[in-house]
Design a protein around this ligand. Structure first.
Ligand code: DCP
Ligand code: MG
Length: 370
């Protein structure tokens, strides 16, 4: 028998930052199912199994062909027994009983509904559920409950902000923010980040990074933008967070979900007439919709780290940090990259610089949909 020459087996990395994951996902049925399990774990506060299912779903998202049998998963990383069982069930019978049970579970459905309100996390949702509340109407009319400002806005604008934001709307908002910021300084640069930067057609919000070249000048930027939006009559809600960024306190020891840059979480009034391709319906009771917008204003020299951190996906970010720590002995967050071996901060002007410091091939934003 003639032996075939050893052909290199294409291997899939266990790290999302070493995979190219576009929005084309031929295994969406499988990844949707695994993500139901992730969500359910989040509701149950069981973080262990949660990351297992998250990583499994993320690996499948990077594949360019649909799995047709369980054997197709041979050699793929991050697929535990539980994930494989789900995958096999779905391939064989079209659905997974475990996933179907969760989807029809009253607690899951209710927590999903409650956490769909802006400002409501799993803890609050659980509290409402335990009081026997099952619908948003019941929650909102329960006079013994206290809602914070964010949740109140979440209820008032619920219908609008639970409707996905389109690319055209994101663009229109970009123009508004750009013009508004230019009143503060002609040198302001604005970058679209988050899901839209990864090429998504819809988002739950629109994320922008604003920078000014002059060091320190970013301090007054967002308060000025917020004031102008208010005076234009398009500010429906604003939660401004002062910068707590301190170069001397870097690197932060744990993974931080939130960074320390100046930022604001907004709800803006977007007029239909400003959105390209959108007709103003004369019969409509109003010619605008409410949209969620997040702005962050890092010091210009932190821009690359901030951009990389806010571009996502969340799983891509998690794996970048995990890769940095476990494979390179480095600490990465939205502010900086720190080399623990040499005890130095590695500087970066661009995302490419950061990938290079980590010894990673550059992954384009549209390939980060892990
Ligand atoms: N992010 C993160 N960790 C978090 C929250 C956010 O790494 N806990 C990063 C990754 C996200 C980005 O910030 O991509 C923006 O957050 P969004 O919640 O707006 O997420 P996306 O923009 O990716 O998705 P959507 O289309 O739902 O807005
Ligand atoms: Mg977003």
């Amino acid at each position: 028998k003639t032996r075939l020459p050893d052909s290199p087996v294409p291997t899939v990395s266990q790290y999302a930052c070493q995979r190219r994951t576009t929005l084309d996902n031929p295994n969406k049925v499988l990844t949707d199912a695994l993500e139901v399990l992730v969500e359910n774990c989040e509701f149950n506060d069981s973080m262990g199994p949660c990351s297992g299912f998250r990583r499994a779903a993320s690996v499948l998202k990077s594949l360019t062909t649909a799995l047709s049998c369980l054997q197709d998963t041979a050699g793929l990383p991050c697929l535990g027994e539980e994930s494989k069982t789900i995958i096999e069930e779905i391939i064989d019978c079209g659905s997974s009983s475990r996933v179907e049970d969760i989807l029809s579970d009253e607690r899951y459905q209710t927590l999903k509904l409650f956490t769909s309100v802006f400002g409501v996390g799993p803890k609050t949702a659980e509290k409402w559920y335990r009081r026997g509340l099952r619908s948003l109407e019941q929650v909102y009319s329960d006079s013994s409950l206290h809602f914070n400002r964010m949740q109140t806005a979440g209820f008032i604008y619920y219908e609008d902000i639970s409707k996905p934001v389109t690319v055209a709307e994101a663009r229109a908002l970009g123009c508004i923010i750009e013009e508004t910021a230019s009143y503060y300084s002609s040198g302001v640069s604005i970058s679209l980040t988050g899901g839209f930067r990864r090429g998504k057609q819809f988002g739950h919000d629109v994320d922008f990074i604003l920078t000014v070249p002059e060091p320190g000048k970013e301090d007054g930027l967002l308060p000025a933008v917020i004031d102008t939006l208010r005076s234009q009559g398009i500010l429906l809600y604003s939660d401004f967070q002062e910068s707590t960024f301190d170069l001397n306190k870097l690197p932060s020891r744990r993974f931080e979900a939130m960074d320390h840059f100046q930022k604001c979480f907004l709800i803006l009034k977007l007029r239909a007439g400003l959105v390209e391709g959108q007709q103003v319906d004369p019969g409509c009771r109003r010619d605008w919709r409410a949209v969620r917008v997040d702005l962050v204003a890092p010091p210009a020299e932190r821009y690359a780290f901030c951009l990389l951190g806010w571009s996502g996906s969340t799983q891509f970010e998690r794996d970048l940090r995990r890769f940095a720590r476990l494979e390179r002995g480095m600490l990465l967050d939205n502010h900086a990259l720190y080399d623990k071996t040499t005890n130095t901060f590695l500087q970066a002007k661009t995302e490419e610089d950061i990938f290079a410091h980590l010894g990673l091939d550059y992954i384009e934003p549209w390939q980060r949909n892990a």
